[in-house]
Ligand binder design. Structure first.
Ligand code: NAD
Length: 527
């Protein structure tokens, strides 16, 4: 497998990758050059410099993994990557301390104007009295985004004697309690009482332009704004205006909507009294870079080896670690999806997955695995549990997920219902004794079948001699029967038979079998 490193990564990370794979390191490669060669690689490792666009992904015909050395993935087209089944992993937390300490640095720089007094001395001037500042002690800090970095900021701010507030609609309230931080439901309310506001969210459609003219107007007069998260969260020209008018006392900015920032913006900042700027260096510490390099190398290695990845960005369910734990259930669910799809003779409109018992809390990965099984029978495209939900939507399949703690006789049970235009097919299954995969239900019939290889599934009138006739036709065709299971409604009614075969049956033989008078329907299924 070949890996292309398109941005500077710590040598320790590259060494780790080279132990297992062929690695090309091109930290300054241009986008155009990358378009030409990306098709040769199984994985790319990037930082924020490389735009991983739809155009690039279309050319990346062998790409399986995108490793983003860092946290923000706004340079990666996650949706296209997900549809293509490409795993996107990153390194959350690896540069948390670097970004946290830089944020605190900007805060102190602004309140004590260290950068300005430095400049005067370098200008051979000694101005002790021009630089009066304020103190962090007793001030109120408003944190937008109480994730890894936001939390670390809160701990340090408390050590400085600050009162700490936060706005983050996506975290549980207990997190605020644990950190001793007052959580606000309304961002504007928090802004109105904060002396310093610091942003630590990702750049999303929600956060883009979140701090604009209107929001700044709601801040305290003389407030300070810090952004060491992502460019674009603050509308820069609105910030400049507020700094020039004196509405804001100062701003500390490490990230810009366009990097490097255009000359006009830099000129505008030069005219503002109190700005502390840095060139996107939040993660530029030796410790952070080494952490990021090692962690991304580990993630990409795991992903390429098919092992569970710790920091997967585009999994359709939050806790990726469950994949290892659930592996046998996921395999069964995939086979059940495939079986249900193959038994449905028409285009599938909807898939309903009922996940019962102790599996109910993990219904999402089970649904993804069922969809993978369904889609594999329909499309000639690599499907995995990352892209199966996206692809199902693309192919117009409605998905219904039901999670029930109650599973009657079983510890865990999965039921898949595939709906065509007219008919629906039901497949139920479970892991017997926690490890033996079994199909236990097909439509209204209860069976006990190993979901593996070639299977003949048929409905017949429950009369003597049917199985013998089938056996002799298969024998003449030299196809060995590996297993047989029967389910029936009642004696003399309709029965459902499942034969596990050692080889595939030809179309001619299948036609012959279907012509047996007692046979109502017959389908060959391959898992
Ligand atoms: P994180 O994922 O741990 O935390 C982000 C937090 O933002 C989460 O708690 C999330 O719930 C919250 N959030 C998301 N949308 C929100 C919204 N609309 N309003 C309020 N909160 C919202 O990420 P992190 O590791 O703490 O990183 C935070 C930011 O810092 C990211 O954008 C990351 O890319 C950036 N970063 C920058 C540098 C740098 O060099 N300047 C270095 C590291 C990280």
């Amino acid at each position: 497998m070949k890996i292309l490193v398109t941005d500077p990564i710590a040598p320790k990370g590259i060494e780790l990758l080279k132990k297992e794979f062929e690695v090309d390191v091109m930290p300054e490669i241009s986008y155009e050059e990358l378009l030409n060669i990306v098709g040769n690689y199984d994985a790319i490792v990037t930082r924020s410099r490389t735009p991983v666009t739809t155009e690039l992904l279309e050319k990346a015909i062998n790409l399986k993994v995108i490793g983003r050395a860092g946290v923000g993935v706004d340079n990666v087209d996650i949706q296209t990557a997900s549809k293509k089944g490409i795993l996107v992993c990153n390194t959350p937390g690896a540069n948390t301390i670097g970004a946290t300490e830089l944020t605190i640095g900007h805060m102190i720089n602004i309140i004590r104007t260290i950068h300005k007094t430095h400049n005067t001395i370098m200008d051979y001037r000694w101005e002790r009295h021009s630089f009066m500042g304020t103190e962090l002690f007793g001030k109120t800090l408003g944190i937008i985004g109480l994730g890894n970095i936001g939390s670390q900021i809160s701990i340090r701010a408390k050590a400085f004697g600050m009162k700490v507030l936060a706005y983050d609609p996506y975290i549980p309230r207990e997190k605020g309690d644990r950190l001793g931080v007052k959580l606000y439901d309304d961002l504007d309310e928090m802004l109105a009482v904060s002396d310093i506001i610091t942003i630590h969210t990702p750049l999303t459609h929600e956060t883009k332009g979140m701090i604009n003219k209107e929001r700044i107007a709601k801040m305290k007069n003389g407030a300070i704004v810090i952004n060491c998260a992502r460019g674009g969260i603050i509308v820069e020209w609105d910030l400049v205006e507020a700094l020039k008018s004196g509405k804001l006392y100062g701003a500390g900015i490490d990230v810009f909507s366009k990097e490097p920032p255009p000359k006009e913006l830099v000129d505008a900042f030069r005219e503002c009294k109190n700005v502390s700027l840095s060139a996107h260096i939040g993660a530029n510490t030796y410790e952070s870079q080494e952490n990021v390099g090692i962690i991304i190398a580990e993630q990409v290695t795991k992903a390429l080896k098919g092992l569970p990845v710790d920091y997967l960005v585009n999994a359709p369910f939050p806790d990726i670690s469950v994949i290892t734990l659930l592996k046998p259930h996921l395999d069964l669910a995939e086979n059940m999806g495939s079986l249900a799809a193959q038994l449905t003779n028409e285009g599938i409109k909807k898939i309903k997955v009922e996940v019962m018992g102790d599996l109910a809390k993990n219904s999402k990965p089970i649904v993804s695995a069922v969809l993978k099984g369904v889609l594999k029978t329909m499309i000639d495209y690599p499907v995995n549990i990352i892209n199966s939900t996206y692809l199902a939507k693309d192919y117009g399949i409605e998905v219904e997920e039901v999670a029930k703690e109650d599973s009657e006789d079983f510890k865990h049970y999965i039921k898949v219902i595939a709906y065509g235009d007219v008919q629906e097919k039901v497949v139920g299954g479970s892991l017997i004794e926690n490890h033996i995969p079994r199909i236990l239900q097909i439509d209204k019939f209860f069976v006990d079948v190993e979901p593996e290889g070639v299977m003949l599934i048929f409905e017949n009138k429950d009369m003597p001699g049917v199985i013998g006739t089938i056996g002799s036709i298969l024998g003449q065709a030299n196809v060995n029967i590996a297993g047989f299971r029967l389910g029936r409604e009642k004696k003399g009614g309709i029965a459902l038979g499942v034969l596990n075969l050692d080889a595939k049956v030809s179309d001619d033989v299948l036609e012959k079998l279907k012509r047996i008078p007692q046979i109502i329907s017959m389908k060959q299924v391959i898992l």
